[in-house]
Design a protein around this ligand. Structure first.
Ligand SMILES: [Cu+2]
Length: 265
């Protein structure tokens, strides 16, 4: 059978188009790593996120060298935490869930984009090589404040990133024959040890302590000074660890009013 040359050409072109069509669809479905929000995994109770270890405290966790996990909660009309802060040169796996209605979690300018469904946990992993600031927007209509629903993702330079938290508790009022006490806790959320110095000032008195806070743990210490050394009146105190500071004022009084059931009666 003789086939005309033009007919052969058109047949060939049609074949190429068919193959290209199938290849494009296959690539779109498989090659881009796009997947459905996994409905095979266990569901989560959207009304009881505060009882779930992952989502009761939305946060970023350090899970390996340059590896982080971000637990994000979407609700009308915000994201928690906000901003989400991760270091550059890291691989971050986001776990996102919703506590009320369907939202989305879309990081502008990246290919991070997922639907967020109450009861399901959406997860995706992304690499961040360079520092930058990204907006996070919701692109599922979720109610009257939908257009205001936005968050921030900050990729900070590696050497500026830490997961240190400083907390100080001190009395407001102390009797002159008692001690002024500051309870200091330094939390290190990174897996590596944190070597730092706790510096404190109470009135004119200064304190300094070099500490090593082990990875993923909290160091606690107590700083005391005799109230008599400070004398009656108001005294400012401050505690500094790296870039973090907490401060307050303590009042030394002649005698504590018997209002808090204090120990010196
Ligand atoms: Cu929304």
């Amino acid at each position: 059978m003789k086939i005309h040359t033009y007919e052969k050409l058109w047949l060939g072109a049609a074949m190429v188009l068919i193959v290209a069509l199938i290849a494009t669809i296959t690539y779109g479905a498989v090659g881009l790593g796009i997947s459905m929000v996994d409905d095979e995994e266990e569901t989560i109770d959207p009304d009881a996120l505060d009882e779930d270890d992952r989502f009761n405290d939305p946060r970023v966790e350090h899970v390996g060298e340059n590896e982080y996990e971000a637990y994000v909660v979407a609700r009308t009309f915000m994201y928690q935490p906000d901003p989400i802060e991760v270091p550059a040169n890291s691989e971050v796996t986001f776990y996102v869930t919703s506590t009320d209605v369907i939202h989305s979690f879309s990081v502008v300018g990246t290919n991070i984009n997922t639907m967020v469904i109450p009861g399901e946990v959406s997860s995706m992993t992304a690499e961040f090589d360079e520092p930058g600031e990204y907006g996070v927007v919701c692109n599922e209509y979720c109610g009257s404040g939908h257009h205001t629903m936005e968050g921030q993702l900050h990729v900070v330079p590696e050497d500026e990133f830490d997961m240190t938290e400083l907390e100080v508790e001190g009395d407001d009022e102390v009797a002159e024959d008692d001690e002024v006490t500051l309870n200091v806790s330094v939390e290190n959320g990174m897996l590596d040890d944190l070597e730092t110095t706790i510096e404190a000032e109470i009135g004119e008195e200064t304190f300094e302590e070099d500490v090593t806070v082990e990875g993923d743990s909290t160091y606690e210490t107590t700083i005391t000074v005799d109230a008599a050394d400070l004398g009656e009146g108001d005294h400012d105190w401050s505690v500094t660890v790296d870039d973090y500071e907490d401060s307050g004022t303590v009042t030394v009084v002649d005698d504590l009013e018997d209002d808090g059931g204090d120990d010196d009666e």
